[in-house]
Design a protein around this ligand. Structure first.
Ligand code: FAD
Ligand code: NAI
Length: 474
């Protein structure tokens, strides 16, 4: 009998397992994903086919693009920059292998029992595990944590064929640079992976159904980023709804509708990135008693408890943003609650990052949300064009925008498009966790020269006190 059995070894599940074991609970983690030698491979979407391999390719493709296009102004003239795509892919695969292998080591060090196979919750606090040979084992546990993650959504107008019409996993493994690449969905995956292939030489067209670009981001940030992506050569077509596609021998024909008209395009490859769906099919027997919402997410309360006693669910399989850090923090909260601690999670401060170049990142509320909620606010902005470090490192596009409460000055949101946006937002987030005001940030010393100084200046700008922009005086 275990104290805790976790089903799914992604960033939500493996973190929950390690934390449970740290707290003295007898813990197992079940994972069905295996490598080509049938060894269980932990790390989930994030480590195997998500966050990590995409960031490896984003970095490599950025270096290639920089070397080929942007070093002359630095006085560096590299002739014949050549792409070795297999070497780039091998580097990515090696990083994935190192990190996923590392989780096995962490499990051993923390005494988590790894179990290879597919887990299914059955009535009576039990989990049925079917391994790759079809053998079935029943495991009993006082608590069960479901962390089975999510998968790409497939749409009828562009069914994945693993050849020309690809999901995000296929998009990380294309073996030669397509001359033309279509991307359905200008969301996070479309922009990140579209950027990778554009930098490597593809002519990329992004077809997005909505009229608004990056509807979840601050409008001003979204407007600025759209301008910049277009400058980078991404042909982003908004308000275009895919109606059909046909995979041919070495290409894909696509038809979409825009403003009542039908348009056709042909691509060498098509990536479909229109969102992800929770993996809840065949994860419970009908009498396990766990309830789902109409979209297939497991219903949970603010502490990730399902309606069934001692069954918890975390990560992409429950409501909220589908982000690795959100799932991991839920894993820690649940482990601590099982151990009798009163852990809470601050869902108001989950950061979002899009790892394009420059990065886009934000935390807290944006202006549209504050207006909708009738909250009066002040705005402070600082452009990277006025940052010495941003100019020195040739990354002076974008700005920092800080929103604070009009009465109390408490920071309500920080939105960044520019160099190291993710790291800058993280600094803001830490201050927000401690309830900081823009004045608090303004009174903080920032190293010079850093791009983070733009956050300092944006905080000062809230009260018209920024030093390096021309504040209008009466
Ligand atoms: P998953 O990581 O999906 O893990 C679930 C695990 O459960 C899988 O290993 C699966 O094999 C296993 N499983 C499923 N069913 C069973 C079963 N019945 N029995 C046993 N095992 C089972 N997020 C970020 O925060 N930052 C990023 O930069 C980022 N980049 C991304 C890039 C891409 C291309 C993609 C696709 C996603 C990205 N994400 C990113 C999202 C992130 O990967 C997910 O939010 C995160 O992996 C969710 O974690 P999870 O543990 O809930 O689920
Ligand atoms: P997404 O939800 O970010 O974007 C999907 C886009 O596709 C939306 O803009 C939507 O309007 C559009 N769309 C939907 N149906 C369409 C259609 N038929 N035709 C044209 N456009 C259509 O989903 P995405 O990019 O697939 O990513 C899934 C999730 O993975 C993200 O929401 C995020 O949670 C996670 N992720 C996070 C990353 C990060 O943190 N940096 C990176 C990559 C993924």
């Amino acid at each position: 009998m275990f104290d805790v059995v976790v089903i799914g070894g992604g960033p939500a599940g493996y973190v929950a397992a390690i934390r449970s074991s740290q707290l003295g609970l007898k813990t197992a983690c079940i994972e069905e994903y295996t490598d080509s030698d049938s060894n269980p491979t932990f790390g989930g979407t994030c480590l195997n086919v998500g966050c990590i391999p995409s960031k490896a390719l984003l970095d490599s493709s950025h270096r290639y693009h920089d070397a080929a296009n942007h070093l002359k102004t630095h006085g560096i003239d590299i002739k014949n920059v050549e792409l070795d795509l297999p070497a780039m892919m091998k580097r990515k695969d090696d990083i994935v292998k190192k990190l996923t292998g590392g989780i096995g080591g962490l499990f051993a060090a923390n005494k988590v029992t790894p179990i290879s196979g597919r887990g299914k919750v059955i009535a009576g606090q039990k989990v049925e595990v079917t391994n790759s040979s079809g053998d079935v084992e029943i495991i009993e546990s006082k608590n069960i944590i479901i962390a089975t993650g999510s998968s790409p959504i497939e749409i009828g107008s562009a069914k994945f064929d693993d050849k020309n019409i690809l999901d995000s996993t296929g998009a990380l493994e294309i073996d030669s640079v397509p001359k033309t690449l279509g991307v359905i969905g200008a969301g996070v995956i479309g922009l990140e992976l579209g950027s990778v292939w554009a930098r490597l030489g593809s002519k990329v067209t992004v077809i997005e159904a909505m009229d608004d670009f990056l509807f979840m981001a601050d409008k001003e940030i979204a407007k600025e980023t759209l301008k910049d992506f277009k400058k980078q050569g991404l042909d982003i077509r908004l308000g275009c709804k895919l109606t059909s596609s046909k995979s041919l021998k070495n290409s894909v024909n696509v038809t979409y509708e825009t403003e009542g008209k039908s348009e056709e395009m042909k691509f060498d490859k098509l990536i479909v990135a229109v969102g992800r769906k929770p993996n809840t099919k065949d994860v419970f027997s009908e009498d396990s008693g766990v309830s789902l919402d109409e979209r297939g997410f497991i219903n949970v309360n603010e502490h990730c408890q399902t309606n069934a006693a001692n069954i918890w669910a975390i990560g992409d399989v429950v409501r909220g943003p589908m982000l690795a850090h959100k799932g991991s923090e839920e894993g820690i909260m649940v482990a601590e609650r099982i151990a009798g601690k009163h852990a809470e999670m601050n869902y108001d401060l989950v950061p979002s990052v899009i790892y394009t170049h420059p990065e886009i990142a934000w935390v807290g509320k944006n202006e549209e949300e504050l207006k909708d909620e009738n909250i009066e606010y002040k705005v402070g902005k600082f452009p990277f064009a006025a940052s010495g470090r941003a100019l020195a490192v040739d990354q002076s596009v974008g700005f920092v925008k800080l929103l604070s409460d009009a009465k109390t000055d408490t920071i309500l949101g920080v939105h960044v498009f520019g160099p190291s946006a993710a790291e800058i937002v993280q600094q803001a987030l830490i201050s927000m966790e401690f309830g900081a005001s823009s004045e608090d940030l303004g009174l903080t010393i920032f190293s010079h020269p850093t791009v983070s100084e733009a956050l300092h200046e944006a905080a000062l700008a809230v009260n018209n006190e920024a030093i390096h922009i021309g504040n209008k005086r009466k």
